[in-house]
Design a protein around this ligand. Sequence first.
Ligand SMILES: [Zn+2]
Length: 142
Amino acid sequence: MSISAYLGTTADEYRKKSHSMLLALRLCCPDHADQIMVLHDKYKRKIKDISEEIIIHRLICHKCGKTIAVLPDFLLPYKQFSAGEIEAVLIDSEEMSVYDIETEASVYTIRRWMRSIRLTSTEDGQQANVLSPIIKELGQAL
Ligand SMILES: [Zn+2]
């Protein structure tokens, strides 16, 4: 299980401040509101579009043993690219061929993102916010 939190705007800021910001948040266990989760583990996570790695912190509830990973809000669960990069690619995909989009993502990956968001139209023909399906996906992951 993972949640997103503001832990800095960039990977550099995240590296410098995420640990102290995470401690200051005092996140409670989803099942035990009286239990502050504590740092438990960490793992590396690649961010492909900026070719960097960051350390993702995992918290634990000592009452039930549940653990959660806390992702910086510039990442999406199970995605190797930043939310900003995915949004930019999806916006570009509305106006140009997937072969012309400047990104580190493969054509296969771009097409998978396009399939997964499936732009929806409102009754008056306006396209919905391209991020809404991603936000929905994020909500399901929480
Ligand atoms: Zn708990």
